[in-house]
Design a protein around this ligand. Structure first.
Ligand code: MG
Length: 279
């Protein structure tokens, strides 16, 4: 049965805070990369020791950058990932450092939102984004790591076309079913089936469709209360042979008590469905 996990943060990103990982009581985490000043050798040593003490395995490190904003869909296009040309090179350098940090943490997976890639293969911006992604994969490859792209900002077909264009064997997908809904990018379970051979990690997050899909956000909601259909999601993951961690993501760090409570509910929901599906 898949191990359950939670998305966590040290000092950056929207995960559960480091000091409550133990309270969540799950065997795995994905970690938002800490700020640069918190990636030094002493911090690495301390974080590794703490995870070891509580018996938690780090399964992926997510990169994120200063200046990113998820305020609305057009802002995502302008600010996220390796897409904005003016910050592309410095963010690539930072991703190299995050890959190095992940390696020191003993983790073979680095992930990020790459940003909104132009779908038209003739768009003049596209080649530069493909090249920089390949460079990052090569860096990760030297550490024996995979790079995972978070889904959501494109359809399954466009994501497959992008991965084809990058043309390396360590570029995979972190599948987030809620993002497909929040960004209005198509039915998540159909997308999951199409992307199946490339999916190497997943988020368990739920959301409701916007009344203007792709124009305005849908709403992120507690697991099981949105439009994903979590039981069917787990069934599809089983059917495609996915045995990796199920990482719960609940992006409401402004209310840590509620976040923790809802994540506890999510853990129980997943455990119940997993028992039903796997017997
Ligand atoms: Mg996600």
């Amino acid at each position: 049965m898949n191990p359950i996990g939670v998305f966590a943060s040290v000092d950056a990103g929207l995960g559960v805070s480091w000091d409550v990982i133990e309270k969540v009581g799950v065997p795995t985490i994905q970690l938002h990369a800490p700020h640069r000043q918190s990636r030094g050798p002493e911090v690495v040593e301390r974080l590794r020791q703490q995870l070891k003490q509580i018996g938690v395995t780090l399964t992926a490190v997510f990169g994120g950058f200063e200046g990113e904003s998820y305020a609305d869909i057009p802002t995502v296009g302008r600010t996220i990932g390796l897409v904005p040309p003016e910050t592309r090179q410095e963010r690539l350098q930072e991703m190299f450092e995050i890959s190095d940090f992940a390696q020191q943490m003993g983790c073979d997976t680095v992930a990020l939102h790459i940003g909104v890639v132009p779908h038209d293969r003739n768009d003049p911006q596209r080649a530069g984004i493909v090249d920089v992604t390949r460079e990052l994969c090569q860096h990760c490859g030297r550490h024996g790591q995979f790079l995972h792209l978070e889904t959501g900002q494109e359809s399954a077909e466009d994501l497959i076309a992008f991965i084809d264009d990058v043309g390396v064997d360590n570029l995979r997908i972190n599948f987030d079913p809620a993002n497909m809904i929040l960004y209005g990018m198509g039915d998540p379970l159909e997308a999951l089936k199409k992307l199946a051979p490339l999916v190497r990690s997943v988020h368990c997050k739920d959301g409701t469709w916007s009344d203007q899909p792709g124009v305005t956000w849908g709403q992120e909601v507690p697991l099981g209360q949105g439009d994903v259909n979590i039981k069917a999601y787990l069934e599809t993951l089983r059917d495609i042979g996915y045995t990796g961690p199920l990482t719960i993501e609940r992006e409401i760090p402004q209310d840590p008590e509620r976040q923790l409570r809802e994540i506890g509910d999510a853990v129980r929901l997943l455990e119940t469905y997993l028992r039903e599906l796997h017997g």
